[in-house]
Design a protein around this ligand. Structure first.
Ligand SMILES: C[S@@+](CC[C@H](N)C(=O)[O-])C[C@H]1O[C@@H](n2cnc3c(N)ncnc32)[C@H](O)[C@@H]1O
Length: 314
């Protein structure tokens, strides 16, 4: 097919509705035609171009997206996240870009440089697609990881993603938050979680593509959005190792509430962190060490962040 024919066909598909960005995403991930290649077609409209699948297939997927608001990631079955691709399907949250920052916060802790890394044990609570677990396995390759979810669909998807990314040192556990990790209580050096935190009334008003297709279990955090965060904070002092870190994602207006939940549990070094849009979306905290306990040695400083007193959205 000639480039100008493909460009005219693309124009026709856009006239059916939807956004250019979404259609070009579909062209890239279903058809294998990336954005920069698309730009090159405009410069030389006479050149030949071949897609990785038939035009009719893309037309059908685009139609499903337009009529039922089905997320393109579910239709194509993959989503890019950080520097890798993850398989995703209905029943599992599509990993969001802002969650990538949790991994940056882990990097800032300097755990990868820690001597004796082999002994480091981490957990991902509410693993979903396994995005955080895959990234942690790559960042801390000789550590032991535990990926928890109460959803069978999530664990199946996370297992497939961990396997395809060679994350052999990560085990899956089914159950609610800390409960399936009971054998490791007191031994977890690092715990990350992006739990459901959207207040129910807000979840009900989300765009249909999210509300009607992504699992409510992954999004709906109860009346005030804090149900899961409360449960996670409550179990942290018992489950974390002395000096062990907890890193949480939360809604843009929950920073102070989450910090207060962690402070109530006696955690220390509580720090809020912003997302790329400057909203306070993450909190890190550490379990203190008691007399006689050996703290986790963490080289380097804590992640840089302004204190909540400096003007949180919470
Ligand atoms: C916001 S999603 C996060 C998924 C993934 N970590 C990510 O960042 O894309 C929250 C996850 O928590 C899981 N979840 C909800 N309630 C849970 C519970 N009580 N115990 C364990 N996991 C739970 C959901 O199934 C979902 O996979």
């Amino acid at each position: 097919m000639r480039a100008d024919e493909l460009l005219a066909w693309r124009q026709g598909q856009l006239q059916r509705g939807g956004s250019k960005a979404d259609f070009d995403w579909l062209l890239e991930f279903a058809g294998g035609l990336g954005w920069s290649q698309l730009q090159r077609l405009r410069l030389d409209p006479g050149q030949g171009v071949a897609l990785g699948c038939g035009l009719a297939e893309i037309e059908a997927l685009w139609g499903q997206h337009l009529t039922a608001a089905t997320p393109l990631q579910y239709l194509v079955g993959i989503t890019p996240w950080r520097d890798f691709a993850l398989a995703v399907g209905p029943g599992v949250l599509i990993p969001r870009q802002e969650t990538e920052l949790l991994i940056e916060l882990v990097q800032a802790l300097g755990l990868a440089d820690r001597p004796g890394l082999a002994a480091l044990r981490w957990a991902d609570l509410g693993t979903g697609s396994g995005c955080l677990a895959v990234a942690l396995a790559q960042l801390l390759p000789t550590s032991l990881g535990l990926a928890v979810d109460c959803s069978e669909a999530a664990l199946v998807q996370a297992g497939a993603n961990l396997q395809s990314h060679g994350a052999a040192r990560v085990s899956l556990r089914r159950g609610s938050w800390w409960q399936p990790l009971k054998p490791e209580w007191g031994l977890l050096d690092l715990v990350v979680s992006n739990p459901p935190y959207i207040p129910t009334s807000i979840w009900r008003q989300l765009a249909p593509g999210v509300r009607d297709h992504e699992p409510p279990l992954a999004l709906d955090g109860g009346v005030d959005g804090l149900e899961a965060l409360r449960a996670i904070a409550a179990g942290a002092p018992q489950a974390l190792a002395p000096g062990g870190w907890l890193l949480l994602e939360h809604h843009y207006d929950q920073s102070q509430a989450v910090q207060a939940l962690l402070a109530e549990q006696g955690l220390e070094a509580i720090q809020p962190h912003r997302d790329l849009e400057d909203h306070w979306r993450f909190v890190s905290a550490r379990r203190p060490t008691l007399a006689g306990e050996r703290p986790l040695p963490v080289p380097g400083d804590q992640p840089a962040a302004e204190s909540v007193a400096g003007g949180s959205h919470g």
